[in-house]
Design a protein around this ligand. Sequence first.
Ligand SMILES: *Cc1c(COP(=O)(O)O)cnc(C)c1O
Length: 460
Amino acid sequence: MRYISTRGTAPVLTFEEAMLTGLARDGGLYVPEDIPTLSKDEIGAMTGQSYEEIAYTVMRPFIGDTFGDDQFRKLIAKAYAGFGHAARAPLVQLAPNHFLLELFHGPTLAFKDFAMQIIGQMFQAALSRSGNRVTIVGATSGDTGSAAIEAFRGLDAVDVFILYPHGRVSEVQRRQMTTPTESNVHAIAVDGDFDDCQAAVKDMFNDFAFREEVSLAGVNSINWGRVLAQVVYYFSSAVSLGAPGREVSYTVPTGNFGDIFAGYIAKRMGLPIKDLVVATNQNDILHRTLETGAYTKEGVLPSISPSMDIQVSSNFERALFDGYDRNGAAVASQMEDLKSGGFKISQGAYQTLKDTYKSGRASEDETSAAISTYIKAHGELLCPHSAVGVHVAEGHLGTTTMVTLATAHPAKFPAAVEAATGIHPPLPPRMADLYERDERVTRVANDLAAIQTIIRDGIA
Ligand SMILES: *Cc1c(COP(=O)(O)O)cnc(C)c1O
């Protein structure tokens, strides 16, 4: 299996290289050259299988000879052993034709754990084979950073530094980043906002001497390995609901477009998915793009579903690439226009995208109302991101079974949940002592040189 860039000019890579590299050298994102398909019989055989067995079948064709079969099975087993639910991604029924896919039973209570846990195992296995070490540096508004620290803690081929905006992540998110005791993981609180953190990371990747010196690597949401891991729960859930014999639709709370794009890959692999519905909060650039064909940046408005507060949706480039029949030059030119505010998608590509994705948005009031309604009428306490999902899903219910992805546990966003319902969502018992653990964090000014010094000292 070979990986090509969405902008068409970067070197073609293996799975291992694409995973360790992240962003392509031409600025594009890596995608598989061909999408492997599974037959109806192969999909049918997943009925009753464990999540781990399904994960193996779905991911195996994409990884080439990066890992042997037995080794890959072991990595998968380790990745999901720390989840708090035997099904890993259980389904809960909300209404006769509407199900919730609970993706928050991992160690940091958000769906990011599904991808980050297996990425941690794959990085460690690939690096210890080659004898290399890398330094992972990432910026987070909360969920990605906590999932990364949790996934890489104690792995000896990797040091991890996560930059987060001081005072602007929830207490649960902060404690998940600052309480792990392993010396290879480091939380850095930057006096600035999320954009400052992201800019600092970008500057470090562009500082080639530093990049070389510390063997910089990234695991942000454009990493193909992360998208691939997310394809699995579309299969496990659809098969539980009768696939390949029955079609299923999905509504996905969306920010950087990684999760919904994984659903599209599942469909391309042969899973009978009818609709893929993009659900956005008030930062509705993706919904507007799918309605109008024009991608136009506006300012980010902070919302109660902060993990979806974006203007530039990084994985949308992968969707665009397929919309343009995999014409890398066309994608590169649109991304150039994005620098000056936006771009207009050509008629043919726009039609393809509209045939592939539906969309909807939830305002702040609609999100709160959904949290309140779903505990009263459906017995389910939702996090604000999942509430955006069910609100949008309601506009797309029909004869096909709808599955809405629940992307985080309500206890990860207690303030919004309590404001909407009066209920303070408790942490699951296995992490109930989170508030008692000691915190370890380095606070730093929004200054690149100071951040780089912390990283140099941290890996020494
Ligand atoms: C990251 C995240 C999202 C958005 O997922 P994308 O793959 O970026 O579209 C939604 N909800 C929660 C809770 C998240 O952490």
